[in-house]
Design a binder for this molecule. Structure first.
Ligand code: IDC
Length: 495
């Protein structure tokens, strides 16, 4: 009897799957891959993919699609295929994300022929723009290369022309097939790498007693912003933004926060975004912190996490051992059942060894217990026999006040070098009310002790720790486009 039931179930499953594979005409994918793909392309300033929700329902029959899209032949091959980052996606392809169907629109592919930013695209864009013809929504999206504001403007045309001149059709296509377009150093190098940038003046940094010192041995303080999770807000990692913040806000450092949990969308594909960020910082003569942003994991030794961290830092140090502007933060915020002596210190020692095997002098910043607050505990047993090691102190002004400054003072008094690689002016949730007066007290304290600081976070997420508000712009923000915290930061940078 059991056998009969098994047989019946199996038959139903097989029948269903045959039925479904014939019926469903959509490409499976997963949102993280797409985000990543999206980012890489966008970051290289060529094209980006916009997932435009279509009216096509989840179960799309071949006939339906044929009616809706004359390009049916082209997407036939995509049937039953699971797209990866490295696969070619064309304008007009359907993908299924979390059970919903979307149609891919490649930015730059205005005439939807699969070639991006070629002369036809430029001509159409130019004609539309000059002629002021009312452009179709899809043309707007496909043409919008610069500021994701859904308008076609002269900047979009210029960007497209530059891309076209810099790359042949075939080159662009091959690179996209590969999944990315190689970072072109020449592209962004020019202007920004001139004299007078923070790195050209201060060079390689090191740690002396509790201070960061520059190449001349003078005390130096890094001040800047932390990105939000790169997996969610990759768009702010772009050359214009970095240079803009350097010139208009006066920051000298950006922290690249890459969450490391699988549930937070970590994949090794994100490393490319980090690498782009390092190059943008280098071009702008700014310092950059590569942040292994553990949070959910709590304990950095978590089985797979440590191995992932090792591979990550090996890759990064191999690339950047000769760069003067890179600092490594090896575990954002240990938390939960984690102790310094038992867990974090051994992790740090192992990771330091890994990094030092390749890079013998970059500054390495080590997380501390209780979401990087217990610097006083660490001060009782710091890592020995190593140079250029610092320890993390994180605070959120509406939550952490004088008692936490006391911990810092205790640690400083015994010579522990501290770096506030993350702080917020709101509460520890990253949201809630701001406490600007407490934040000012903190900044004065940090400045007085030459402690470097980085403000959380460069994004427009709807939470009070975000520095941007009511804008999708990814650089060149006006004062009105800053949140209350963003406006405060600009003042704090002058203190
Ligand atoms: C917060 C973000 C929030 C996100 C959350 C979980 O602001 O948008 O949903 O993480 O990923 C930290 C962490 C930092 C937190 C921040 C605010 O390092 O990742 O960001 N915070 O909660 N430590 C103390 C506060």
């Amino acid at each position: 009897m059991k056998k009969v039931i098994k047989f019946l179930i199996l038959t139903v499953i097989i029948a269903l799957s045959i039925f479904l594979t014939n019926q469903i005409y959509a490409v499976e994918n997963n949102i993280k891959d797409i985000r990543y793909y999206n980012h890489l392309i966008e970051n290289q300033k060529v094209v980006t993919i916009l997932l435009e929700k279509t009216t096509v329902s989840r179960k799309v029959t071949k006939e339906e699609v044929m009616k809706n899209d004359k390009k049916i032949e082209e997407i036939k091959d995509a049937k039953k295929k699971t797209l990866k980052n490295t696969d070619l996606v064309k304008t007009g392809d359907y993908i299924t994300v979390k059970g919903e169907d979307y149609q891919v629109v490649l930015y730059g592919d205005v005439n939807k022929d699969g070639f991006i930013c070629d002369i036809e695209d430029i001509m159409i864009l130019q004609n539309n723009y000059l002629g002021q013809r009312k452009v179709e929504a899809i043309e707007k999206l496909a043409g919008n290369l610069v500021n994701t504001d859904n308008t076609l403007d002269i900047e979009d045309i210029m960007r497209m022309i530059n891309v076209y001149l810099g790359n042949s059709k075939e080159e662009i296509l091959t690179k996209i097939q590969k999944g990315y377009i190689e970072f072109d150093k020449q592209d962004d190098n020019q202007e920004d790498n001139k004299d007078g940038t923070p790195v050209s003046i201060h060079g390689k940094l090191s740690v002396q007693n509790t201070d960061i010192v520059d190449k001349n041995g003078s005390k130096f303080q890094l001040k800047g912003v932390s990105t939000h999770g790169l997996q969610w807000f990759p768009q702010y990692v772009n050359q214009e933004a970095f240079t803009y913040m350097r010139d208009q806000w006066g920051i000298n450092c950006v922290r690249l926060a890459m969450y490391t949990g699988a549930s937070e969308g970590y994949t090794t594909d994100l490393h490319k975004i980090v690498s782009n960020g390092v190059e943008y910082a280098k071009n702008a003569g700014m310092y950059v912190i590569i942040d292994w942003h553990i949070l959910n994991e709590g304990n950095p030794n978590t089985a797979t996490n440590k191995e992932k961290a090792k591979a990550f830092f090996k890759e990064m140090t191999t690339k950047y051992k000769d760069y003067d502007n890179v600092l490594y933060e090896i575990c954002n915020e240990p938390n939960g059942d984690v102790q310094w002596q038992r867990d974090i210190k051994p992790y740090a020692e192992e990771m330091i060894q890994e990094i030092r095997a390749v890079d013998d002098d970059a500054i390495i910043i080590v997380g501390t217990p209780t979401w990087s607050q217990d610097v006083d505990v660490v001060a009782g047993s710091p890592i020995t026999g190593q140079k250029n090691i610092m320890y993390t102190l994180h605070f959120y002004a509406a939550t952490h006040k004088e008692y936490l400054r006391q911990k810092a003072t205790t640690a400083l008094n015994v010579g522990l070098p501290i770096f506030a690689t993350e702080f917020g002016v709101c509460d520890a949730s990253g949201n809630g009310n701001l406490d600007l007066s407490e934040a000012n007290t903190w900044i004065d304290f940090l400045n007085q002790h030459n402690i470097s600081w980085m403000c959380w976070n460069l994004s427009n997420k709807d939470e009070s720790s975000s520095l941007l508000k009511n804008t999708n712009k990814v650089t060149g923000w006006t004062n009105d486009e800053l949140s209350e915290g963003g406006k405060w930061l600009l003042e704090a940078l002058k203190r």
